[in-house]
Design a protein around this ligand. Structure first.
Ligand code: MG
Length: 391
């Protein structure tokens, strides 16, 4: 079919990547995966490529290249490996839209390349906007590229804003499940294990974002993401804990009207909406039955128990490279927690201590961001080692 949308998936073997392939498989007339890119999971990538028959399958880990090539070359699927190959792939003619489903800072460079190549971006990698929202928005303004959010909260806000005048928005309310530790005491959080933190009540996601949900830094990142996606001021963005995760976010207008988008927690909804470019496609999954959710509750986030959420305010008021440092330190901290080198409650101080060591840059260039990320990771790694030797 000629008007099939051709899709590249950056991070095809992760949680969002595999759910994107689910959606593509549901609409074979509409969507075709033409480029699959993975980090290290070569066996899954091979299996996906043999099923979806993309033009390209690319792996970040060069050590896995021969295995990939041997498996896919006989099937006529082209292969490549390494970060440069991934960055270069963003300029291939064989796709129109890239789903950026990779985790962390690594999404920034390929996303910028894709923007410059005029591709549509279905943004699942929020860190791209957290780290360098200013230069990403500038690149978008200078390109014919457009960006649609895949993050469920931002998809909800986007859906609420359709047909509305942007200057009539009073504020957006970003809902948060509160994560697995919402009803824990401070003492219980202090003693939390990796297993406790990985047990998210509503959403089935990758390890990194599940830990970010438990610290609520994920919500701080989503506030920053919303600031850039919807051009809002910091005081126009309010987080609100909603443990049932049915209201995916809301927009309040100047006349007091509030619009919300609701649905069962299933990432395939925002993925489908972004890939369909806001067209509403039929969904075969379970639909929302209100009688199963007779009570929807809302509460303010507890900043004392979840101090990471306050980092959004700090990042947005200081600006510059602040969020880049927070993100880098957090990536190190989450890894150290997952490998049981530090405790859950060490994550926040590790981030703030890293911030205290890194010089502030008011208007960073792309090169400044790259250097700041490297430097912040090095400092955060040293701090993590020190904490690890203490406990
Ligand atoms: Mg989200």
């Amino acid at each position: 079919m000629t008007n099939q949308k051709k899709i590249a998936i950056l991070g095809s073997t992760g949680s969002i990547g595999t759910q994107t392939l689910d959606v593509i498989a549901q609409y074979p007339d509409r969507f075709k995966a033409t480029v699959l890119i993975a980090g290290t999971r070569v066996d899954t990538l091979i299996q996906q490529a043999l099923q979806f028959r993309p033009e390209w399958a690319i792996i970040a880990d060069v050590a896995q290249y021969w295995k990939l090539r041997e498996a896919l070359e006989p099937a006529g699927i082209r292969t490549a490996a390494g970060q440069d190959a991934i960055n270069d792939a963003m300029m291939l003619d064989c796709f129109d839209t890239v789903v950026t489903a990779t985790v962390g800072y690594s999404g920034l460079t390929p996303t910028l390349r894709a923007i410059r190549a005029g591709k549509q971006i279905a943004l699942a990698n929020k860190e791209t906007l957290v780290v360098a929202g200013d230069i990403v928005c500038k690149a978008l303004a200078e390109s014919r590229s457009t960006m649609l959010p895949v993050d469920s909260e931002h998809s909800a806000i986007y859906q609420c804003l359709v047909g509305e005048n942007h200057d009539r928005v009073r504020k957006v309310i970003i809902t948060a499940s509160g994560g697995p530790f919402r009803s824990f005491t401070k003492e219980q959080i202090e003693a939390a294990t990796v297993k406790d933190a990985l047990h998210h009540p509503n959403w089935n996601m990758g390890a990194k974002i599940t830990i970010d949900s438990a610290t609520m830094l994920n919500k701080a990142f989503e506030i920053i993401e919303a600031r850039w996606l919807f051009n809002l001021t910091p005081d126009q963005i309010e987080p609100l804990v909603h443990p049932q995760s049915i209201v995916h976010s809301m927009v309040e207008f100047v006349d007091g009207a509030v619009k919300a988008q609701l649905g069962i927690p299933d990432m395939r909804l925002p993925i489908r909406y972004a890939l369909g470019e806001t067209t509403r496609l039929d969904a075969p999954e379970e639909h929302l039955d209100f009688t199963k959710y007779p009570t929807l509750t809302f509460e303010k986030p507890d900043e004392e128990k979840f101090p990471c959420i306050t980092l959004a305010d700090l990042a947005l008021t200081r600006g510059g490279n602040t969020a880049c440092v927070i993100n880098a330190a957090n990536e190190v901290a989450v890894k150290a927690f997952l490998t049981e080198k530090i405790k859950f409650t060490n994550i926040y101080p590790l981030i703030t201590e890293t911030l205290a060591h890194i010089p502030f840059i008011e208007s960073p260039s792309y090169e400044d961001y790259v250097a700041c990320n490297d430097e912040s990771r090095a400092i955060a790694t040293e701090i993590a080692e020190k904490i690890s030797n203490r406990i």
